[in-house]
Design a protein around this ligand. Structure first.
Ligand code: UD1
Length: 436
């Protein structure tokens, strides 16, 4: 296992190319299950989660080759329909194979993902999708077994609160879900007849998946809105498709520029994908300039002004950017607050930031109140989940002295070449073996 060592205090200067989005690439890889023809994905990031999804798909018999950031996937000889516990338990997004497997082959056996550090993260809305589209569901030994002998049939799906209660789901608690909307799209494109999805998630990665499916011959209308209509087709064909850029990576580097009082130009990213975050940074005093495919972030005001944010579904402030913003606010002039509404346990960076001198109090389970301090001091800290790890890196870039971030495998899950990208902009950061 490796650790990352940062000597803080360098102003970042330069340009960073934003990679393809992890959260788009993962479902796009899964959707290659829906056709026997090759699916060529461009701008696939180099990440541990992508390698995990590759293992899951290869386990089914999919052929996958990679040439730089281009990945070719072909599902012309699928012989296994089981996603094993060893793989699904390491990455929840492996559960996204359920929809395409049942959609094309009428069967799937997928391990339940289990909890993770940021909460329970149930899959009830995913089970609802395949059940409503006509699959039989069984829960055996920690696995979901789905059968649809005559294929799936179009249905009316809604991720809004409903009144349906079954052993697998209770729709009264439903809210839009990114992953379940993706599973619904992938399950319904080959189903017989029409599927309507109400209260669909409208995150850009859902839109990216829908656009890719359309390029494969799927009939989907309402893309980008909470109301999707899918007319099932008999078969899909191959495609070449470029993965949308990673808005979370972009937000993280925008905050890196701000927290080091430097200047970074982020390329290969459209500002509208992270407009809410850019607006919050602007209100804190950060200078943002946008062009068609780039964002320049500079910060000459110090300390920044405090902000209050509440995480929301897109286009609201993303839960995936909350920890990084909190790191920035530890150094603002006054009191900020961050309220988390998507996950029940997503403040694990708080005690670690406190070890670096941050003043953060949890007002209740969901709200952190951050009182800005004059400076942070480097310390050994422990990464607990992907975005919490990014927050610790950002704090380390600004802190006085050396910060050592342990358990960096969390970062490897979601940040393509983080150390290299930051080094190229002047950060004093290196990756070392843990026992060094
Ligand atoms: C995706 C992203 C993740 C992001 C999240 C919200 C991927 C691989 N991950 O996760 O980075 O933070 O969207 O933008 O794309 N829930 C249920 N039952 C379900 C499904 C979800 O209770 O069947 C709950 C979850 O526990 C969570 C909330 O709903 O509290 C939102 O989850 P969801 O939108 O499904 O997020 P993911 O797709 O898992």
């Amino acid at each position: 296992m490796d650790k990352i060592e940062i000597v803080g205090g360098q102003k970042l200067q330069g340009s960073i190319r934003i990679s393809g989005a992890k959260n788009a690439a993962l479902p796009l890889m899964a959707c290659a299950l829906l056709t026997a023809e090759p699916v060529v994905l461009q701008d696939v990031p180099e990440l541990a989660d992508i390698r995990t999804m590759q293992k899951v798909l290869e386990h089914f018999g999919m052929k996958i080759t990679r040439n730089g950031t281009t990945m070719t996937l072909q599902a012309d000889n699928i012989t296994q329909f089981e996603a094993p516990y060893e793989l699904v338990s390491t990455m929840r997004a492996s559960f996204w194979v359920l929809g395409p497997l049942v959609g094309r082959f009428g069967q799937a056996r997928v391990s339940m993902p289990g909890g993770c550090a940021i909460g329970v993260r149930a899959v009830d809305r995913h089970l609802y999708v395949v059940h409503q589209l006509g699959a039989n569901i069984d829960m055996v030994g920690g696995y979901v077994e789905c059968q649809a002998k005559d294929g799936l049939k179009g249905a009316h799906l809604s991720f809004g609160p409903g009144t349906l209660v079954t052993p697998f789901y209770d729709t009264s608690t439903f809210k839009p879900s990114v992953g379940a909307t993706m599973n619904a799209l992938m399950a319904s494109v080959l189903a017989k007849g029409r599927t309507a999805i109400d209260y669909a998630a409208i995150e850009p990665e859902v839109t990216d998946l829908a656009n890719c499916l359309v390029s494969m011959g799927a009939k989907i209308s309402g893309i980008g809105t909470p109301h999707l209509v899918i007319e099932g087709v008999e078969r899909l064909h191959g495609t070449t498709y470029a993965v949308i850029s990673d808005r979370v990576e972009a937000a993280t580097y925008a905050i890196a520029a701000a927290i080091t009082q430097g200047q970074l130009t982020l390329t290969n990213i459209k500002a509208e994908l992270l407009q809410n975050v850019l607006d919050v940074l602007t209100s804190a005093g950060v200078n943002i300039q946008t062009a068609q495919d780039s964002i320049t972030v500079s910060n000459n005001i110090w300390p920044l002004k405090p902000v209050r944010v509440t995480t929301k579904e897109y286009p609201g402030f993303p839960t995936d950017d909350q920890a990084q913003l909190m790191a920035l606010m530890t150094l603002a002039a006054g009191e900020s607050s961050v309220t988390e509404t998507i996950y029940e346990n997503r403040f694990m960076h708080v005690p670690e930031l406190a070890r670096m001198g941050a003043h953060i109090q949890l007002k209740d389970k969901n709200t952190a109140v951050v009182k800005g301090v004059d400076h942070l001091i480097g310390a050994p800290v422990m990464a607990s989940d992907l975005r919490a790890s990014a927050a610790l890196i950002l704090a380390g870039l600004a802190a006085q002295g050396t910060t050592t971030v342990h358990r960096v495998y969390h970062l490897d899950r979601g940040y393509d070449n983080l150390v290299g990208k930051l080094q190229a902009c002047g950060a004093n950061i290196k990756r070392l073996p843990e026992n060094n």
